[in-house]
Design a protein. Sequence first.
Length: 217
Amino acid sequence: MQVTSLSLEAFKEMDYWAVEKYKLSIELMMENAGLQLARLVAKKATQSSVVTIGVGNGNNGGGGLVAARRLAAWGFKVYLDVVVPITKDLPKTQLERALLFGAKEGIPETTDIWVDAYLGFSQRLPLSDAFAKSIGLANASSAFRISLDIPVGISKNGELSGFEADQVMTLAAPKTILEQLPSGIEVFVADLGIPKAVYRHFNVEMPDFSKNQLIAL
C-alpha cells in the first residue's frame, strides 16, 4: 500500500536516490525549490512589501537565496538575515547571485513577510543562540511567516518551539512530521523535479504536479 507522507529519514534517502540514479543535481533541485518558494511569497506580497529571508549555511539556505534572487528580480524589496557565515560552495554562489540581483543583507526595521530558510531537515535541537535570536525576532514581528520544507525548531514528534509559521512549503512530498502541526498552519508541497519512478521506489504517492507545481495539502 502506498504511503501519503514520508519520514525525514525516508525523504533524505529519496533525495539521495534522485541525485545518484537520475543525475538530478542538488543545484537544480535548489533552483526548483527557490522558484516555488518565491512564487508562494509573491502570492502573499504586494509590490511595496518588504521580505526578509533567513538563511543558514546549507541547502535549505541555498533554496532561500534562490527565492531571494527571484523576488529581487521581480522588483520586491528583499533582505537577507544571514545568521552564520556562508562558506559552502553552492550556498555561497547563491548568496553572491542574490546580492547582485539587489537583495540586501541585514534585518530591516519592519518586515511584511518573513521566510524561514534557516535550516533544513538535518537541523539539530536545541538551536544555537544565533538562530534562536533570529527566530525570536521573527516571532515577535507582525510579519506573515513562511517556512521552507519544515519550520526551524520543529521536534521529531512534531512539536514546534521555534519559528511560528503561518505557511509551510515542504519539498517533493508531504512529511509525516508536519502532520502534527496546528490545523491553522497552511501546508503546501512543491515540485522539485523528481521523477515518478523515484516516488514508486519509495512507495509514496506523487502529488499531481502536472497540473500545479505548488499544491495545497
